[in-house]
Structures are given as structure tokens and as C-alpha cells.
Design a protein around this ligand. Structure first.
Ligand SMILES: *Cc1c(COP(=O)(O)O)cnc(C)c1O
Length: 424
């Protein structure tokens, strides 16, 4: 079957690579679909158990007391993630905010936090106090921070973790996704191994930054022994429909601390006007397993297809995946920019925009970003990020829709081919 269409033009070399890639990924695609089906059944069953009804979609204003939509949505999240309790709020402005609320809720002056997955995601560094002016950070409040680095193979260093664990540790922090670092993402099994080790050595709760990991596997971190998880609704669990927000789920006492920190002690999660956001958050969570599957299929295709064209993909197309992030080493700044521009040109929104590398706060090199998304900054929609520094790696993630996402990746490759021709 020929991929060529009336609307997009591809070199024969690109068409052929896409066809070959499609041929080689059938097994990986089937595995993704099987996981999506399992998770879809899990989510549907939670909707049914918790009697989600039209009454859940009405908005509350003011204090938002007794908002049945909000309360039901939190029960649905709790059931799906095997949590005793959950907070799911549009008023969490992003993943970083949600994680910051949880960290500030769970740590007290003098407490020691141990991160066991190396340097955390960039935006968490000012939260902890490892970067920036320190204002309002955990360290400014007297929290002590220690970390163990990933081992040379990119996995948690279990021996170092065992050594770092003692009864002075008050919180153990795990980042499930690789984010944009050269390390592996963690499987739920690996998270379970760490949680068991922690239990042997101290009573600290285990918190997981679950961003990019939701619904990638059949089970979630709380099932493996983690105590509390948090994430963003403009990633996997928002299903591409939630416009903003975040969630925290886990042990009831810990979630209650987070609720007190989120609003005020004594008030906690009992307030919070939904302002008409509930329907979209329900609809997004309902779609999340499917949409996460579409993003994963796009990543699998990108890995196989770009490998056909001679680029190095991580993870490889047939490797088991633990988050939705796909990195591809392009090896050349010009190609990197061309690829991002091609992705942008293939976006349903802002296709006419031309991304430029810019000095993003917190980065030591210029960064290219391509995203033409219905929700600004939503990385569950197809998007590409690339710091302009060797080895010139592009990070791809998201896609609401495999047919459109794989086409976007092909347009990225076509743009690289075109840029090579015009420079030869
Ligand atoms: C996206 C992300 C965050 C932060 O989320 P924002 O919504 O961008 O603030 C934190 N950790 C990881 C692993 C992420 O992928």
C-alpha cells in the first residue's frame, strides 16, 4: 500500500522507509494495543462503579462545597490508580506545581529527601532549591536533599540506594520517566523493587513523579508499593482533552496533607469550584488509555522509521516502554532544526509557524520546540523538543492520533531530506 496522498509529498526513500517501518512494528503495535485495551477496561469499570452521571458535569462556583463531579472524579482516579484517595484539580497549574504541592506537604524543616533517580526533571530543581535563587524552595525551608545517581547503564543504582537509606530519610522520590535526560525510564517493577528496599530500611513514604508514565503499562506505581504519585493533566491522564490541571493519588493520610497544603489546613480538599471543567476532565480521563496508546504507537513508528533512515532511536522500536518519550539522535544542528520545523508544519494547529531555537530559562544551550497543539504546552499532543548541543538529540512525545502523528514524523524526516538537498 502506498502512503502517498494528494495532500502531502514525500521522497520515495521516505515512503519506502515508512513502509518498511510499518512492516517491522506490527508486533510492537499489537502489544501497545493490548495494554491500551486492558487499561481502557479498567477505566470504564471505574466509571461504572462510581456511578458517573450527567449530574457530575455541572459546575460549582465559590467554595465549591459538595461538588459531586469533583468528588466522583477523585474516586474514579483513586480506583484506577489503586489509591486510597486522590486530588484531581484544574487549579493545579501544571505538573511542576502539583509535584511542588506534594513535596511541600510531605517534608518539614530538618527532614531529609532522597531522590533515587539522579538529577530530577529540570523544573523541579528550583522547587528543591538546586537551581535558581532558592526563594521558596524546600532547601530554603530547611529541608535537606540527597540523591543517588543512575548507574552507568541508566538504571537506579540499587547498592547506592541501599547505602543512602537510613531512618533520617523522610521521603524517597522516584522519577518514573526519563524526561529529557540520558537515562532509562523506570518500569513499575523497578519502582516496586525500590519500594521494597525502602520498607526494609526506614518508614519514609515513597513518592513517584508519574508524569508521562500513566497507562503505559498495565499497572501503576501504587500497586507496586509506592505511597503517593502525582502528575499533569496536560499529559497522559488528561487524554488530550483536559485543558489544564494535575492529580495526586495515594495513601489517605498523605493525600490529606497535600490537600491541606493545596488549600489550607482544616479545609483541604472539601473546597474547590470546578467552574465547568469537570466534563472535560472526565472525558479526558476516559480517553486517556487510548490516547496514551496512540502516542506510544507514534513513538514506536518514529523509532523504526527514523532508524530505517539511519538515525539512532532510544528506546528502539521493539523495546518495552515505560513512558511516552522517544529520543532520536540526529547528529547535526541543521537537521535537528529541519526536523522540528517539519513536525510543526504537520501540526493541526499553528502549522504555519516556524519554530526558532531560543534561550530557554534553565538551559545552557538554545532549545528548539515544535508543537502545534490544541492545548498550549500539552505534550500528550505530538511535540518535539531539541536542545541545540551535541549529540543533537530530538525528544519526541505525544500524539492524539497515530495516523496523524506518524504523518507528522514523516514530514519531519522529509524536512531533513529537503534541508540536506538545499545545502549540498
Ligand atoms: C512534564 C514533567 C514534569 C513537569 O510538568 P509540567 O507540567 O511541565 O510542569 C515533571 N516531571 C516529569 C518527568 C515530566 O515529564
Amino acid at each position: 500500500m502506498n502512503m502517498a496522498s494528494d495532500w502531502f509529498r514525500f521522497d520515495e526513500k521516505i515512503e519506502r522507509a515508512a513502509q518498511k517501518a510499518r512492516g517491522s512494528i506490527a508486533g510492537s503495535i499489537a502489544r501497545v494495543e493490548e495494554i491500551a485495551r486492558f487499561n481502557q477496561h479498567k477505566v470504564l469499570s471505574a466509571f461504572i462503579h462510581n456511578r458517573v452521571g450527567e449530574h457530575c458535569f455541572t459546575e460549582s462556583t465559590g467554595y465549591g462545597y459538595n461538588d459531586r463531579g469533583r468528588e466522583t472524579l477523585e474516586k474514579v482516579f483513586a480506583e484506577v490508580f489503586h489509591a486510597q484517595a486522590a486530588l484531581v484539580r484544574h487549579s493545579f497549574t501544571c505538573g511542576t506545581h502539583t509535584l511542588a504541592v506534594a513535596l511541600n506537604a510531605l517534608l518539614r524543616p530538618g527532614d531529609k529527601m532522597l531522590c533515587v533517580t539522579g538529577t530530577p526533571y529540570d523544573t523541579l530543581l528550583p522547587v528543591i532549591g538546586l537551581k535558581g535563587n532558592g526563594m521558596g524552595s524546600l532547601i530554603e525551608y530547611g529541608v535537606r536533599y540527597v540523591q543517588t545517581d543512575m548507574d552507568p547503564s541508566g538504571n537506579p543504582d540499587m547498592a547506592a540506594i541501599e547505602q543512602a537509606l537510613d531512618d533520617t530519610i523522610r521521603l524517597v522520590y522516584i522519577q518514573r520517566s526519563s524526561g529529557y535526560a540520558r537515562r532509562n525510564s523506570l518500569s513499575v517493577d523497578q519502582i516496586g523493587q525500590i519500594a521494597r528496599l525502602v520498607r526494609l530500611k526506614c518508614s519514609a513514604p515513597v513518592m513517584v513523579d508519574n508524569c508521562y508514565g500513566e497507562f503505559v503499562q498495565k499497572s501503576e506505581p501504587l500497586e507496586a508499593g509506592a505511597d503517593i504519585i502525582a502528575g499533569s493533566l496536560i499529559k497522559n491522564p488528561g487524554g488530550g482533552i483536559a485543558k489544564t490541571g494535575g492529580y495526586i493519588a495515594g495513601r489517605r493520610d498523605l493525600v490529606e496533607r497535600c490537600a491541606y497544603r493545596m488549600t489550607a489546613p482544616g479545609i483541604g480538599g472539601e473546597v474547590g469550584a470546578t467552574l465547568g471543567h469537570s466534563r472535560e476532565m472526565f472525558l479526558g480521563f476516559f480517553n486517556a488509555p487510548h490516547v496514551t496508546g496512540e502516542a506510544l504507537k507514534t513513538a514506536v513508528f518514529a523509532a523504526a522509521f527514523l532508524e530505517q533512515l539511519g538515525y539512532r532511536a532510544r528506546p528502539r522500536f521493539d523495546e518495552e516502554r515505560f513512558d511516552i518519550v522517544q529520543s532520536v539522535e540526529v547528529g547535526d544542528p541543521r537537521l535537528l532544526q529541519a526536523f522540528c520545523r517539519g513536525i510543526q508544519q504537520g501540526s493541526p494547529v499553528d502549522s504555519f509557524a516556524v519554530p526558532e531555537a531560543w534561550d530557554m530559562p534553565g538551559y545552557d544551550s538554545k532549545v528548539m520546540m515544535a508543537a502545534g497543539a490544541f492545548t498550549l504546552g500539552a505534550s500528550i499532543e505530538l511535540s518535539a523538543d531539541a536542545p541545540l548541543r551535541p549529540p543533537y538529540t530530538v525528544w519526541l512525545q505525544g500524539s492524539l492520533n497515530y495516523d496523524s502523528g506518524s504523518l507528522g514524523v514523516m514530514l519531519g524526516a522529509q524536512a531533513m531530506a529537503d534541508s540536506e538537498v538545499c545545502h549540498e
